[in-house]
Design a protein around this ligand. Structure first.
Ligand SMILES: [Zn+2]
Length: 276
């Protein structure tokens, strides 16, 4: 064996790696173009009509874009049934449609960190240990309708997913909530500061969201009702997820009662639901 053989092998591996790095985005965008160009299945259209009424309210160009996004999303993300639930197209399309609302007008963004959607038939119980203010550790459990993990998973209760989609204007939607967390988690842990289009946007985003979050905390502490649910007062990450639900489902009220927050979310989501 020649002394140059290991070097040749290394060179070959380096070339393969460079080829993959250069070619991968090209093949990915080509595959996505092909998926988007496929006709949207009639059965899937019926599922949208039956289960996701908010789609009907979208302008025609966004409806088309949403259907194209659903095709890519369903080709790339794995769905896993939990507690014996058998995943159906109805579940896949209903979840994908709501998840893809949040990525409209983002041509190459399909939740890059997300790999799997785990679906439970109903709300599910998770083990949560916490330490209280006096330093005492407690073991406990929480009943959840959804959860978003930064390791690439979203967990949803099918029953709550259906309920969230069925009433598109009550400001409560677990799918929008959990996928907003996914966007937030692209920058690491969820903290209410997702990746913004421009560095210059962060200062105003931080100022507006902090002011609104502080106001919600104050109202919640005084027991005053608010357009945003009390759960948004938990921390800045929950505030962003709760505000996202209201932005998509009650844009008129949000624009009237929280105009600065509406404007920040409209810029972030690149959408103006007021015009739908
Ligand atoms: Zn949350």
């Amino acid at each position: 064996m020649s002394a140059f053989a290991p070097f040749g092998l290394l060179l070959l591996l380096a070339l393969l790696l460079i080829g993959w790095l250069v070619g991968q985005p090209f093949w990915l965008s080509r595959r996505r173009r092909q998926l988007r160009a496929q006709p949207f299945p009639v059965a899937w259209r019926r599922i949208l009509q039956k289960r996701v009424p908010c789609v009907r309210a979208l302008p025609a160009d966004l409806q088309l874009q949403l259907k194209q996004h659903i095709q890519v999303f369903l080709a790339e993300k794995a769905f896993i049934g939990c507690d014996g639930l058998a995943i159906t197209d109805e579940m896949r399309v209903t979840i994908a449609a709501q998840a893809c609302l949040l990525i409209l007008n983002r041509p190459a963004h399909y939740y890059p960190g997300l790999r799997q959607i785990l679906v439970y038939p109903d709300s599910f119980v998770v083990q949560r240990d916490h330490t209280d203010e006096s330093g005492v550790a407690h073991q406990g459990h929480q009943v959840l309708s959804g959860e978003s993990w930064s390791q690439g998973q979203v967990i949803l209760s099918w029953r709550d997913t259906l309920a969230g989609a069925a009433v598109p204007d009550d400001g409560q939607n677990v799918t929008i909530h959990e996928f907003a967390h996914q966007l937030d988690q692209e920058t690491g842990a969820a903290n209410g500061a997702p990746l913004l289009a421009r560095r210059a946007h962060y200062a105003r985003w931080t100022q507006v969201l902090k002011t609104e979050f502080d106001a919600l905390q104050a109202r919640t502490a005084q027991g005053q009702p608010s357009l945003l649910s009390d759960y948004g007062a938990t921390d800045p990450a929950e505030f962003f997820a709760v505000a996202s639900e209201v932005f998509f489902e009650q844009p008129r009220r949000m624009a009237a009662e929280h105009p600065a927050l509406y404007q920040e979310l409209a810029q972030f989501y690149r959408l103006d639901p007021l015009s739908w």
